[in-house]
Design a protein around this ligand. Structure first.
Ligand code: MG
Ligand code: MG
Length: 267
């Protein structure tokens, strides 16, 4: 894994990461509010890029391993890493937004799946279950828990709804680099993997397919799609582990009261 070797973040460093995260949460809400029938993916990318720069941050994705845009947008059967284009989203699409930024050298990484207009109930259910899987995973991410507890929580909840979790891509530690150790899979066994301690900062990001878990990458070398053509949803937050429990750094303004009612700190 690229990035600096793992080390725990100090409280003042987590405070800096919460500034990055707050701006990213606001950015994602801003972009999500622009998702509507007829809007192009490039227009959404411009909204993200402008918002990030206007808030004094650096868009993290553009140029990262050669990625050409400031946000990944993955529609319907696309899982992650979709490249914005002149494609226009349509009524009934589900649109996954994944964005990252850097402020004072500290990364934030987050995303969500947004319905475009009115979507089929089964697609709204997919989005809701994916978001809930993330929230449940966040609640277990506290000192003394293990990385495997996070994956187990995501996997059992998702599979109880008849969906599957993508195994090929995983969450990750985050800090001075977007991708730091440890890996944070969306599957696993309780009590396995690293034990979480105060100072861990991790990106938890369930990727949930309505059908089978297999994925493949398109010829653009970025866009990951489901092998079986089923639709896929995604949700991600950057979360700091503190002595008091999980602290969600990338909370979106509209999500704040909902998350505050869960077993975690926000903001
Ligand atoms: Mg991300
Ligand atoms: Mg990530």
């Amino acid at each position: 894994m690229r990035g600096e070797s793992f080390r725990l973040k100090k409280p003042d460093e987590i405070a800096k990461m919460s500034h990055s995260g707050e701006i990213l949460g606001a950015c994602l809400e801003h972009v999500a509010n622009h998702v509507a029938p007829g809007v192009t993916l490039n227009a959404l990318d411009r909204e993200a890029d402008t918002f990030i720069r206007d808030h004094g941050c650096i868009p993290g994705f553009i140029g990262y391993d050669g990625f050409p845009k400031s946000i990944c947008i993955s529609v319907n059967n696309e899982v992650v890493h979709g490249i914005p284009s002149e494609r226009a989203v349509q009524e009934g699409d589900i649109v996954s937004l994944d964005c990252g930024l850097i402020l004072d050298g500290w990364w934030a990484d987050s995303g969500l799946t947004v319905p475009c207009g009115t979507v089929a109930q089964e697609m709204q259910d997919l989005i809701t279950v994916t978001q809930e899987a993330l929230y449940r995973a966040i609640e277990v991410a506290r000192p003394g828990a293990h990385i495997g507890d996070i994956g187990h929580t995501v996997q059992t909840y998702v599979e109880s709804h008849g969906y599957s979790v993508v195994k090929h891509y995983v969450g990750h530690g985050i800090g001075r680099d977007m991708h730091e150790p440890p890996q944070v899979p969306n599957y696993g066994k309780p009590g396995t993997g690293n034990e979480l301690k105060p100072g861990y900062v991790i990106a938890i990001e369930p990727m949930v397919n309505m059908g089978r878990d297999g994925v493949r990458t398109l010829d653009d070398n970025w866009t990951v799609v489901t092998q079986d053509g089923s639709w896929s949803a995604y949700a991600e937050h950057t979360v700091a582990i503190t002595e008091d429990g999980p602290h969600v750094l990338t909370v979106r303004p509209a999500e704040r009261s909902l998350l505050a009612s869960r077993k975690c700190a926000v903001g």
